[in-house]
Design a protein around this ligand. Structure first.
Ligand code: BTN
Length: 321
């Protein structure tokens, strides 16, 4: 109920009477009053004046399902959205839900993760101000085509950041989003599959949004939208835009990415044209990143002129962390 009350207050400039709220939401005045008190407990500043009603004076910097989904219509990503206060990891939560039979499309965001996970067994710090969420897909695809989902997700986030902030966000292949030479977003995709069929995919995304500072060990490599733009971002509005763009990108992927989206992806890829070092089959490859293949792999022309395709793992890009 509090989400519904909040949506109405948000969409009105000024006071909304308790009578009006109870009428359009089909509940008692007492239920409205209780919802208002819950919102206040969550940190919203709501003024109440006799004979005028309630007025939202200040939003809480808290994720709210109603605000994220208001005006958002998606068909692939975030068809259901849940917000949790604390969880070990949104990827772990999505995997538990998937194992219990949850359908494709659920997105879970959390204010706080006690065991946030990064790629290659690293941990992901989940300080306040960031966005941490995971969505569930059950694509009818063979396991070897799933890496493209991560590329599509990176592309979707990159487009959303550009759209929402005007910042020159770019993709560091395969799926980090950077501004300048520093990282603002990482993606961890996990899947459960049989030999020829994917059961489910959990795509976990961490974005540094309003983070004001970073620990010593990553402060030269990480930045946030706040630090880059000088603006405090409304995380509900931003997440809503991100989910919309992820839905478009994932939809395109499922209908034939990377072929369909390759050129768009390349236009935002900061890795191309740079000197890179990569590891493949125990070999160190040094050369220039020249292209993204139809399968979404990185094509490197090594220093002896030979083309080499890289499909996963770490690529060190000169000039970027
Ligand atoms: C990386 O760049 O190493 C990937 C980081 C992925 C972090 C996100 S935060 C939300 C989701 N839950 C996790 O435990 N990890 C991902």
């Amino acid at each position: 109920m509090k989400d519904k009350v909040l949506s109405v207050l948000e969409s009105h400039n000024g006071y909304v009477s308790g009578e009006y709220l109870s009428k359009i939401l089909g509940v008692s005045r007492t239920a409205v009053w209780k919802a208002i008190n819950r919102l206040r407990e969550d940190g919203y500043v709501i003024d109440s004046v006799t004979n005028r009603g309630y007025c939202l004076k200040k939003k809480a910097d808290q994720l709210n399902t109603g605000l994220i989904s208001s005006g958002l219509e998606t068909s692939v990503v975030g068809t259901r959205i849940e917000v949790m206060k604390t969880v070990d990891s949104t990827n772990e939560e999505i995997k538990r839900r998937a194992a219990a039979g949850e359908e494709s499309g659920l997105l879970i965001a959390a204010e706080r993760q006690t065991g946030g996970k990064g790629r290659l067994g690293r941990s992901w710090k989940s300080d306040s101000g960031g966005l941490y969420f995971t969505f569930l897909l059950r694509p009818e695809l063979p396991p070897n085509e799933i890496s493209g989902i991560t590329l599509a997700a990176g592309y979707g986030v990159c487009v959303a950041v550009r759209e929402f902030t005007g910042l020159d966000a770019r993709i560091k292949w395969p799926n980090d989003i950077i501004i300048g030479s520093k990282k603002i977003c990482g993606i961890l995709t996990e899947m459960t599959a049989q030999t020829d069929r994917v059961d489910f995919v959990a795509v976990g995304i961490g974005i540094n949004v309003n983070n004001k500072e970073f620990p010593e060990e990553i402060k030269d490599k990480a930045t946030s939208l706040y630090l880059e733009s000088g603006m405090e971002i409304d995380r509900n509005d931003f997440l809503s835009v991100v989910i919309g763009d992820l839905d478009i990108a994932a939809g395109q992927f499922l209908s034939g990415f990377p072929r369909n989206m390759k050129e768009h992806f390349k236009s935002l890829c900061a890795t191309l044209g740079r000197n890179v070092t990569a590891h493949r089959g125990g070999r160190i490859i040094e050369g220039t990143a020249v292209d993204i293949t139809d399968e979404g792999n990185l094509l490197i022309r090594d220093n002896s002129g030979e083309p080499v395709e890289i499909n996963s793992g770490e690529v060190v890009v000169q000039g970027i962390y």
